[in-house]
Design a protein around this ligand. Sequence first.
Ligand code: CP
Length: 319
Amino acid sequence: MQNFISIADTTDINALVRAGIEAKADPFKDQHLGKNKTMGLLFFNASLRTRLSTQKAAQNLGMNTIVMNVGTDGWGLEMEDGVVMNADKAEHVKEAAAVIAQYCDVIGIRAFAGLQDRDKDYAELVMNQFKKYAGVPIVNLESATRHPLQSLADCITIEELKTKPRPKVVLTWLPHFKALPQAVANSFCEWMNPWDVDLVVTHPQGYELAPEFLGNATVVYDQNEALENADFVYGKNWSSYQQYGQVLTQDSTWMMTAEKMARTNNGKFMHCLPVRRNLKVTDEVLDSDASVVVQQAGNREWSAQAVLRDILIDMATKK
Ligand code: CP
């Protein structure tokens, strides 16, 4: 694997899932791979899990890590080519990416959607410009439209917990007052579609995901109907794709409750975190045995390690 920007950079999801599970069982077996290599982690947005788990994974592989909150501590970065830089952006990504690559062998980047301009967000300018100008492997730490390290951790979690070969997995929209990106929901569908699960997506009218991400998933607008016999319930809020970036409803009847979980097949509740308690999901669900959100977050370390291992092996074979 040369980069990890989307699922298109992977050839075998199951091999990555297995590598993650093997890393979890024996975290330091590949320490030699990252010796004298440095991973730079650039954050344009806040993070807890991604920041800590990716550093830990890199260190498990013997890498050094440098973390920078570029969104607050760096020069404002111009991403567009050919512009007159007479506004608030002091540095162009063309120099910045190339310079960072002088210090780092692999670069991880978190840059959320602006939620103002759909075409701009869905063009993934930040990831693509860093890929174009850095010349070293790029890892997506959540971009405008995708969060593939989260999705791989979700696959690992489902693989660990599933009790049948083809579980029913329900992605359900949950209420929130803020406009949140579609990245986690998009990515989850993108990874579940080719995998061995029956994927059902449920949300209020107006929250349809982009068709290229929804894929062959079944959309059911009645949340209670969607949850029937679910083996996994994946909760997430996202803003509208059609009426881009808008909050169309905050309908609290979409909150996940114990009564709703009772409709499932002893289903597990998943969420990428952070999650707002009693707004999106009740204390009762999060504090129950059905909730696997901490195990899921723990698996972020192993998804990052599986990806970085693959990138380091690819780098070593090209020497
Ligand atoms: N799930 C996730 O990406 O968490 P952070 O935003 O805290 O990194």
